[in-house]
Design a protein around this ligand. Structure first.
Ligand code: PLP
Length: 446
């Protein structure tokens, strides 16, 4: 593919959204596909390059969601496409535990090098974030010989049975899908914007509360793992107050508990660091990666201290497709791109543009209660002016307005009132500013 074949990085509408071809295909979707699946924008994709999605009616839409933070390096990034094409011609699958291949080993080497922590590390690869989180818990339990897992309010960890139990929010993720796995203990998350205590001492107060609850209600010696998202993703881009997570990890270490960072959404250059825990100089015992790791191919990983990863018996870990060779080739291309094209710095730059524009909007529109996040992972929480009452109605109107103008934006939040921005970090400044201009119009239209 030559560069001329790539979609221009400009917004361009030729029909209403959705156009007639998308509408016709949506009727087929309704007939053929389970009604249990949601949909952010009712268009059918024909192509997508970098931060532009083209639909089958020929509209070019700006993508501020990156397929839920997956195509960080851009959709169909040329280096990823090339790596995938070369890999797929060699072999499509052997199963790594049947006949191993170098790509898998190289992705593990890269993860062991890129994750924070100077200690010896090892990794395993899986297909999805949920599968990797399940493996993280499984490994931590086997290593510690303890059953309990500590998780937090507003957390999202996946949709499998164990990860539904780890996830906080009932609707839409859990309702009616139980019974759930046991030995999961949920602790308060210091959500600064909605914290009722003293804002100046929030990190220490929340830490004291969580440690007290673990000691009194669970018993630290029963806890295998503390699992936390360094930036809470689906929960609405809540950033735990500085000091809270390091304090938790210190408690974990003192009590021989495995401290696990779920970096599925926040990792891989998203927040202006390779991993979000680096903002506080942390070195977790274990890190779970997925979403941004392979430019859109399904891949996930668990990386941890070598002694933890080696505690399982041979054959105790595995899976048919985990670390598929094509996904591994894509991941290696993504890692090269992040390092050579300085995409960590690029994410910080995208974040600067987002924060400046969104803070300016907040001054103008009192329904924007808070602007928060890290790097290219930024959100606004919408409330009724002068209160902190959630305002999902305004959110829905703004999102709908943006869609009608060809800007795809995702939502989040326990109260369904958060607009989140996590574009491909390769988005051009011009395209991002065009999208933010449409967002401003959306607020003006309310
Ligand atoms: C998306 C996500 C998961 C689940 O990943 P899947 O690939 O959808 O299974 C787990 N944890 C976090 C923090 C996520 O954002």
């Amino acid at each position: 593919m030559t560069s001329q074949d790539r979609l221009p990085q400009t917004r361009h509408l030729v029909t209403e959204i959705p156009g007639p071809k998308s509408m016709a295909a949506m009727a087929r979707r309704k007939e053929a596909v389970s009604g249990g699946l949601g949909m952010a924008i009712p268009v059918i994709v024909s192509r997508a390059h970098d931060a532009i999605i083209e639909d089958i009616d020929g509209n070019r839409i700006i993508d501020l969601g990156a397929g839920i933070g997956v195509v960080t390096v851009g959709n169909s990034a040329p280096r990823v496409v090339k790596a995938v094409q070369e890999a797929v011609e060699k072999f499509t699958h052997t199963n790594f535990t049947t006949a191993p291949y170098l790509g898998y080993i190289e992705v593990c080497e890269a993860l062991n090098r890129l994750t924070p922590g100077k200690f010896a590390k090892k990794s395993i690869l899986q297909n999805s974030g949920a599968e990797a989180v399940e493996n993280a818990i499984k490994i931590a339990r086997h290593y510690t010989k303890r059953p309990a897992v500590v998780v937090f309010e507003h957390a999202y960890h996946g949709r499998t049975n164990l990860t539904m139990a780890l996830t906080a929010k009932n609707l839409p993720y859990k309702d009616g899908f139980g019974p759930f796995a046991n030995e999961i203990y949920r602790m308060p998350m210091p959500y600064s914007y909605r914290w009722l205590g003293n804002p100046d001492t929030i990190a220490q107060d929340a830490l004291d509360m969580v440690i007290h609850k673990i000691e009194k209600e669970v018993g630290a010696h029963n806890v295998a793992a503390i699992l936390i998202e360094p930036v809470v993703g689906e929960g609405g881009f809540i950033v735990p107050p500085v000091g809270f997570m390091p304090g938790l990890q210190k408690f974990a270490t003192e009590n021989k508990i495995v401290f696990i960072a779920d970096e599925v959404q926040s990792g891989f250059a998203r927040t202006g660091k390779m991993f979000a825990v680096e903002h506080e100089g942390m070195e977790p015992d274990m890190i779970v990666s997925a979403k941004g790791i392979a430019g859109g191919l399904p891949l996930a990983a668990v990386t941890a201290r070598a002694e933890i990863m080696d505690s399982s018996h041979v054959g105790g870990l595995g899976g048919t497709y985990g670390g598929n060779p094509i996904a591994c080739a894509a991941a290696l291309a993504v890692i090269e791109m992040i390092e050579e094209e300085k995409l960590v710095e690029r994410a910080a730059h995208v974040g600067d543009i987002l924060f400046a524009a969104l803070n300016a909007l907040k001054v103008k529109y009192p329904i924007i209660g808070e602007v928060r996040g890290r790097g290219a992972m930024v959100a606004i929480e919408l409330v009724h002016a002068g209160t902190k009452d959630p305002n999902p109605e305004a959110m829905a109107k703004v999102i709908k307005y943006c869609q009608s103008k060809g800007v795809l934006i995702l939502t989040a939040g326990t109260y369904g009132n958060v607009i989140r921005f996590l574009p491909p970090v390769v988005i051009t400044d011009e395209l991002l500013k065009d999208a933010l201009g449409v967002l401003a119009e959306g607020f003006a239209s309310l």
